[in-house]
Design a protein around this ligand. Structure first.
Ligand code: ADP
Length: 397
C-alpha cells in the first residue's frame, strides 16, 4: 500500500525535500535540503527520520543530490503514492495544481520564457523524478495560480495591449501557494468559511509580497510579471520608476544587464543598508546605532504599509491583517513599524504576543476590539503535499 507523498522544490543550486505520511500532511516524516549544488562543498542536511549533515562530492549536481537522498531515505520512500513539485510560473494556462502528463509537461515547457531562471530548473526536478521514480504520479503546484482570479483591470499594465496579447506582459503575482495556505489557516483560526474571508496578507521573507484576499480568492497582489515588482525585498528593489534604469545606464555608462543585476541582487535591504539582506542582522545593527541599517528598515516598513493601503481598495472590509514568512513571523519590531505607518486604521498591537520574537508567536497579536492582526506561519510544502494527494485521490476515484 502506498502511504507517503514527496514534495520537491528544485532551485538553481538547491533541492528541498519534504516527505509526508498521507495521514499527516502538516508534519513531514523527513525534511532535507541539498545546498551549494555545483559548488565546491555541497551538502544535504536532514531533519526528522534521519538527522544531520551529509557532505556530497565536490560540484555534485541535482541528479547526484537526488540519488543520495533516495539511497539514504530508501526505507521511507518505499511506499510513495505521489510527488508534488513546486513550479514557479504557471502563466495563464494553470489556474490550479495539475497532475503531470505529456500534455501538461509540454504546456509547462512553453512557459519557460516567462520565468527563464526558475521554470527550467523546476522542470529538471520533474524529469529527474520521472527517471528515478518511474510510474509514481507527479503533480505541479504553481506560485502563480492562486492569483489567476485577479480581474483584468488589476492584472493589466498601462502599456500597449498587444504587449499582453503577443508577449504575455501582465501581472501574474507569486507566493500564491503560501497565500492559499495562509487563507485556509486563517479561516480555520477565525472559524469562518474560506469563501467568506477578506484578508490583507504580507509574506515577508527573502522575497517579499503582499496580497488582498476577497471571499477566499486573490484579488490583487504586489508582484507582477516577475517577482521584482512591489515591496522592498532582501536584495530586490521592488517598485521603481523604470526611468531610473535609463538614467543609471547613462550616468554610470553601464549596460542594461548590469543595472538589472543590481536591481535584483544588490538592491533592497542589502543595497539600502550597504551591509546585509538579512533582517536579523539589520535589526541588531540598527539597535547598536547603525543609521544605514535603520534607514533600510524604515524604507522596508513604509513600503509594506503603503502597499497594504493600496491593496485594501479591493476589499469590502478587512477580517484580518496577516503576517507570514521569516520576517513576518519572527519580528515584532518590524510588524509594529509597518502598522504604525498606517495610522488611519487604528491598529493596536498587544506587546506580549507581538514582541515574543521567535517561532512560537502565532495567532492574534492585536488588542481585543481593535483591528485583527495575526501571525500565521506559512507552510508551502504542506500545501503542495495536500494538493498532490487530492489530485491523486481524484484520479483514483
Ligand atoms: P525565504 O524567502 O528564503 O524562504 P525566509 O522566509 O526564511 O526566507 O525569511 C528570511 C528572512 O527572515 C531573513 O531576512 C531573516 O533575517 C528573517 N528572519 C528570520 N528570523 C528572524 C527574526 N527572529 N527576526 C527578524 N528577522 C528574521
Amino acid at each position: 500500500m502506498t502511504t507517503s507523498i514527496l514534495v520537491i522544490n528544485c532551485g538553481s543550486s538547491s533541492i528541498k525535500f519534504g516527505l509526508y505520511d498521507k495521514s499527516d500532511l502538516k508534519r513531514p516524516l523527513l525534511s532535507a535540503v541539498a545546498e551549494k549544488l555545483g559548488e565546491e562543498q555541497p551538502d544535504i542536511i536532514y531533519q526528522g527520520a534521519i538527522n544531520g549533515q551529509v557532505m556530497l562530492p565536490a560540484r555534485a549536481d541535482h541528479r547526484q543530490a537526488m540519488q543520495v537522498f533516495i539511497d539514504q531515505a530508501e526505507e521511507d520512500l518505499s511506499a510513495l503514492a505521489g510527488i508534488g513539485h513546486r513550479v514557479v510560473h504557471g502563466g495563464e494556462r494553470f489556474h490550479d495544481s495539475v497532475l503531470l502528463d505529456a500534455e501538461t509537461i509540454a504546456a509547462l515547457k512553453e512557459l519557460n520564457p516567462l520565468a527563464p531562471l526558475h521554470n527550467p530548473i523546476n522542470m529538471l526536478g520533474i524529469e529527474l523524478c520521472q527517471e528515478l521514480f518511474p510510474g509514481v504520479p507527479q503533480a505541479a503546484v504553481f506560485d502563480t495560480s492562486f492569483h489567476q482570479s485577479m480581474d483584468e483591470s488589476v492584472y493589466l499594465y498601462g502599456v500597449p495591449y498587444d504587449w499582453y496579447e503577443q508577449d504575455g506582459v501582465r501581472r501574474y503575482g507569486f507566493h500564491g501557494t503560501s497565500y492559499r495556505y495562509i487563507t485556509q489557516e486563517t479561516a480555520r483560526l477565525l472559524d469562518k468559511p474560506v469563501a467568506d474571508i477578506n484578508l490583507l496578507i504580507a509574506h515577508l521573507g527573502n522575497g517579499c509580497s503582499a496580497c488582498a484576499v476577497r471571499g477566499g480568492q486573490s484579488v490583487d497582489t504586489t508582484m507582477g510579471l516577475t517577482p521584482m515588482e512591489g515591496l522592498v525585498m532582501g536584495t530586490r528593489s521592488g517598485d521603481i520608476d523604470p526611468g531610473l534604469i535609463e538614467h543609471m545606464m547613462r550616468s554610470r555608462d553601464l549596460p542594461m544587464a548590469d543595472i538589472m543585476k543590481q536591481l535584483n541582487r544588490g538592491a533592497g535591504l542589502k543595497g539600502l543598508s550597504g551591509k546585509s539582506n538579512d533582517m536579523r542582522t539589520l535589526l541588531l545593527a540598527a539597535k547598536a546605532g547603525n543609521d544605514a541599517c535603520q534607514r533600510a528598515i524604515d524604507v522596508f516598513c513604509f513600503r509594506v504599509a503603503r502597499q497594504f493601503a493600496a491593496l485594501s481598495v479591493s476589499l469590502p472590509s478587512v477580517d484580518a491583517v496577516v503576517f507570514t514568512g521569516g520576517i513576518g513571523e519572527h519580528s515584532g519590531v518590524v510588524r509594529e513599524k509597518i502598522l504604525a505607518n498606517w495610522p488611519a486604521m487604528g491598529f493596536r498591537l498587544d506587546d506580549y504576543p507581538n514582541r515574543k520574537n521567535g517561532s512560537s508567536t502565532q495567532g492574534r497579536i492585536s488588542v481585543e476590539d481593535t483591528p485583527r492582526v495575526l501571525v500565521v506561519p506559512t507552510d508551502e510544502e504542506s500545501m503542495i503535499a495536500q494538493d498532490t494527494l487530492a489530485l491523486i485521490s481524484a484520479q483514483l476515484s
